[in-house]
Design a protein around this ligand. Sequence first.
Ligand code: IPE
Ligand code: IPE
Ligand code: MG
Length: 232
Amino acid sequence: MPAHVAVIMDGNGRWARARGLPRVAGHRAGAEAVRRTIRAAISHGVRWLTLYAFSAENWRRSPAEVLDLTGLLRHYLKNEIAALAAEGVRLSVIGEPGRFAADIQADLAAAERLTAGNERLNLTIALSYGARAEIVAAARAAAAAAAAGRLDPQQLDEERFGRFLATAAMPDPDLIVRTSGEQRLSNFLLWQAAYSELVFLDVLWPDFAETDFSAALAEYRRRERRFGARPG
Ligand code: IPE
Ligand code: IPE
Ligand code: MG
């Protein structure tokens, strides 16, 4: 069983287009898939689940779509956090939550505080997240620590550098799943994905079901992880 599953939730727009609906209908249906996925992770005993909800590059979408997406995020936070807390979910955010409206930032911070003691599932939501920006921020923090005399540059290794990343407290993802048939990482967890198994599913995110989650886990179990150590 993978300890950490990360999901690139893609295909909301195509799901809506196929039904002759506006894109926002796809995002709304995608929120239902988030609920199903959290339940599936809990029932399979996955301890860490990271969901790519909004990329740093997604701000380039039309103002109307950005407004729809942030509106749904606001709605989700107001309506779901109590239930998540009751289910034993610990919520964390990576990315740039400071780019969202003040009330969303406040709700995110409150949700993190409220759920900080939970242990059943570590749920991380990537919001305005970009892996390159994360790595640059970590490099900047390491350089500042060195300039302040708190870090010897000679001592900086992969493990220490990882502590400057937003993901310092979590294990690297064992499995990264992307829906919608696209086969790319789109600036998601580039450092952390060094040895992740990648599973690409043809299902569109709003259709993602518990059976798809199980299928991705089954595919993961068929993989042979080598970490470079074993010759073919
Ligand atoms: C994923 O679905 C949701 C976000 C990236 C916010 P898309 O909106 O990317 O849907 P497609 O890829 O256009 O189908
Ligand atoms: C990646 O999906 C980001 C999220 C799922 C939040 P996109 O739809 O934005 O990625 P590209 O543009 O197809 O690479
Ligand atoms: Mg997409």
